[in-house]
Design a protein around this ligand. Structure first.
Ligand SMILES: Cc1cc2nc3c(=O)[nH]c(=O)nc-3n(C[C@H](O)[C@H](O)[C@H](O)COP(=O)(O)OP(=O)(O)OC[C@H]3O[C@@H](n4cnc5c(N)ncnc54)[C@H](O)[C@@H]3O)c2cc1C
Length: 393
């Protein structure tokens, strides 16, 4: 591991300062408060300002096409994280864009990409269905050809951000009797199409996601991505990106695991708790001087550092599991006031551990559950083979 500091050139330091000035102006406490209140994890005004300022295009365009280079991409990423910019809808958009570039017709690319760069167009993921999400290939949402159009019927569960997006990247089944993985077709469906109904669902951490119903939704063929029944190939890039299956670049200018963002929030909470217990209370005593507190805090810090240092899929599992394990420890250390929610002024530390406690279970579900990733590690990385569920003789 290389812990060397990156020496910034004058131009890169200017870039970082411009990024900070932009974020200072636009990502205010009010934005963060509103985000917690709505659970949207998206702020349209901030997003449009990023588009107008060229930040979205810089992040998403390839360097040769006018995008940021590696150092600036990294600076921008880290600054956004420091300012806690609402991020979910931009990340689903960024996951889908490469598939639109690669598999969309020139007409579709022209319809979608300029609006993505200026912030007007956002994209969400329509994979999971009410009957199950881990195995996306079991898709039941049907698309049936009708002349130059397709007619879509079905329902998708947990389409996060759909209410703030213009299109959904939708998995459909175009051949129910066909072989598995060769009966799926991908579409970029305009969410304003008649027959689409979006209903909000609020999760235990206060986030909003959606169930989306599709009833006789008519979509022209130009919204298809890739071949008919060739959707599995179109999905591979976006799925790998979401799962965090990517090669580590030798320059070190990227997160070592996909959950690093979540890990960074956990680190902020741990730091806040450590600072709180190191301050003398009204009786002049520091909670940290209680050996039980020091031991539990130390153990939490050690777990967290190990998780933050784990790469790739290992990191994803380690961070989500550690969040689950240490959030109750941190709440115990702080005592009853830690159970107050974030917004409660009386919360001992601003409510960080309480939110971490509610957020942690979801981090081990979306984009693939901890169990599914543990199986991937066991089977594909450790080579332990597939489990045998046949009953013992
Ligand atoms: C907050 C939130 C946001 C989300 N956003 C999106 C989104 O934007 N778009 C989208 O399409 N989906 C989204 N999802 C759905 C998410 O990807 C799925 O919830 C996840 O893939 C698990 O699918 P499931 O909930 O249907 O559980 P199931 O697949 O029904 O699994 C149920 C249980 O069985 C276990 N299990 C299943 N298969 C295996 C296996 N092979 N081995 C071992 N255990 C197994 C699981 O671990 C789980 O405990 C979101 C979910 C949440 C909670």
């Amino acid at each position: 591991m290389d812990f060397a500091r990156v020496e910034l050139s004058g131009a890169d330091a200017d870039f970082r300062d411009r990024a900070r000035a932009f974020l200072d102006t636009h990502v205010t406490d009010e934005v963060r408060r509103r985000d917690r209140a709505t659970g949207d994890n998206f702020d349209e005004a901030v997003h449009l300002a990023m588009g107008a300022g060229g930040w979205l295009a810089g992040e998403l365009r390839p360097e040769a096409g006018g995008g940021f280079d590696r150092v600036r991409t990294r600076l921008w990423e880290l600054e956004k994280r420091r300012y806690r910019v609402p991020w979910v809808t931009w990340s689903t958009t960024a996951i889908v864009v490469p598939a639109v570039r690669r598999h969309g017709s020139p007409e579709l690319r022209e319809e979608v990409l300029p609006g993505v760069y200026d912030g007007r167009i956002r994209l969400c993921l329509g994979y999971t269905e009410p009957d199950g999400g881990s195995d996306v290939a079991t898709c039941r949402t049907r698309a049936v050809r009708d002349g130059d159009d397709w007619v879509i019927n079905g329902a998708k569960m947990f389409t996060t951000g759909a209410h703030n997006c213009r299109y959904v990247f939708l998995i459909t089944n175009t051949d129910p009797d066909g072989p598995r993985h060769r009966n799926l077709t991908m579409f970029l469906v305009p969410l304003s199409s008649p027959g689409i109904e979006i209903h909000g669902i609020h999760t235990v951490d206060g986030d909003r996601t959606n169930i989306v119903h599709y009833t006789d939704v008519r979509v022209p063929d130009r919204y298809r991505l890739g071949e008919v029944n060739g959707g599995w190939a179109v999905l591979q890039g976006p799925l790998n990106e979401e799962h965090g299956v990517r090669r580590t670049a030798p320059d070190g200018l990227q997160d070592i695991s996909i959950m690093a963002h979540h890990g960074a929030y956990m680190a902020t909470v741990v730091d806040d708790v450590a600072a709180t217990v190191a301050r003398p209370g009204p009786d002049g005593r520091r909670r940290l001087d209680d050996d039980a507190v020091a031991c539990r805090l130390g153990r939490s810090v050690a777990r967290m550092e190990a998780a933050l240092s784990a790469p790739g899929v290992f990191g994803r599992v380690a961070i989500a599991q550690t969040m689950r394990d240490i959030a109750p420890e941190l709440m115990d250390i702080l005592g009853p006031a830690a159970a107050l929610p974030t917004a409660a002024a009386a919360a001992d530390d601003g409510g960080g551990p309480e939110y971490l406690f509610r957020w942690a279970p979801l981090c081990g579900i979306y984009g693939g559950t901890l169990e599914v990733f543990r199986n991937i590690i066991a089977q594909q990385i450790l080579g332990l083979g597939r489990p045998d569920y046949t009953p013992p003789r």
